[in-house]
Write a protein that binds this ligand. Structure first.
Ligand code: PMT
Length: 306
């Protein structure tokens, strides 16, 4: 770091750094005090000022025995950082608020109502949006997916919690993408004790509607770009078109969730994109990463067209 920041080229590596025209990515990893040393911090800033990319080290137990900043990030995170450097930055300057995964609505302390959403689609969009230069706020329900590097997560459980978090973050967002599968109803009065099989459960659980988060965002849309998803088993286009209009959306991604090879809890998806101007784009079966980029390309084109 010190050599690169000061133009010292006295071995193969430092000479190559001086000679290359490729993008340079530094992943500093060292003792915490060494990392925080103002000389090192000044050198890192010098590298940034020259237009090189510097990744923030991870925090944790260091090989030297200290605890703190200076850990080499996970290889997967380094790869995601490199992918961001290589990607086109058509979402630079945008703050994208994304929802992902299911919500869970408690019946009692051991049972809940939910759905088959895994979070894969929403997390893929979050990762792709960050790579394309955006700041990304990810509000997600229970999911086994890894939060992508660089993304700012908020974990929630119920639809009401998701609603409250989305409304709290909304003022910061310029684009909102709602890929979450929100439970439409919740038990009116979740029991504090486990309901007995014979009594309680058999008497039935009465439900009340959850807030429609997307519709609430649609009412406070202002100049934000608003993208919804629709999970349909029949009349895909007609149902999605109705949601596009009633929820005040710019774009809707209509999934046919009756397919077993696409939609919930698989790595692929197939959809139709319907936009506010009547545009229709078929997205045939593809990976959720490819679909995330296809949706974001449409979003970026909207932005470019004003
Ligand atoms: O998570 P995966 O396993 O990867 O699966 C991805 C997916 C199939 C869940 C995803 O691609 C998808 O279709 N998400 C939307 C599912 C859904 O709730 O669809 P819907 O048609 O019921 O709702 C329409 C839109 O309103 C959605 O953007 C939804 O987030 C939103 N909504 C719905 C109800 C509610 N109370 N609040 C909402 O904001």
């Amino acid at each position: 770091v010190g050599k690169a920041a000061n133009g010292i080229a006295d071995d193969l590596l430092s000479t190559s750094l001086m000679a290359t025209r490729a993008p340079l990515i530094f992943v500093p990893s060292m003792n915490v005090n060494m990392f925080r040393n103002p000389v090192n911090q000044t050198n890192l800033q010098t590298l940034r000022d020259y237009g090189f990319h510097v990744m923030q080290p991870a925090t944790g137990f260091l090989a030297c025995g200290y605890d703190g900043e200076g850990k080499l990030p996970e290889p997967e995170d380094i790869l995601e950082f490199c992918e961001r450097v290589a990607a086109s930055k058509d979402l630079e300057g945008e703050t994208v608020l994304i929802t992902a995964g299911p919500t869970r609505e408690d019946i009692d302390p051991v049972r809940y109502i939910s759905n088959y959403s895994s979070g894969k689609m929403g997390f893929a969009i979050a990762k792709a949006a960050w790579q394309r230069g955006a700041r990304v706020l990810l509000v997600h329900g229970p999911s086994a997916e890894k939060v992508p590097y660089g993304v700012e997560p908020s974990a929630v459980t119920s639809a009401q919690q998701m609603h409250d978090k989305v409304m709290e973050l909304l003022p910061e967002a310029t684009i909102v993408i709602k890929a979450a599968a929100v439970a439409d109803y919740r038990p009116a009065d979740p029991a504090e004790q486990k309901l007995k099989k014979e009594k309680g459960l058999l008497e039935g659980v009465s439900l009340v509607p959850n807030p429609d988060i997307l519709a609430a965002v649609g009412q406070k849309k202002e100049d934000r770009l608003l993208v919804g998803f629709a999970a349909e088993t029949d009349d895909l286009r007609a149902n999605a078109q109705r949601k596009l209009e009633t929820k005040n959306l710019d774009l809707i991604v209509a999934n046919d969730v009756s397919r077993t090879d696409a939609g919930f809890n698989v790595d692929q998806n197939a959809a139709v994109l319907l936009d506010r101007d009547g545009g229709i784009e078929e997205l045939p079966l593809q990976s959720k990463t490819e679909m995330a980029h296809a949706v974001l390309s449409r979003v970026a084109r909207f932005r470019a067209d004003g």
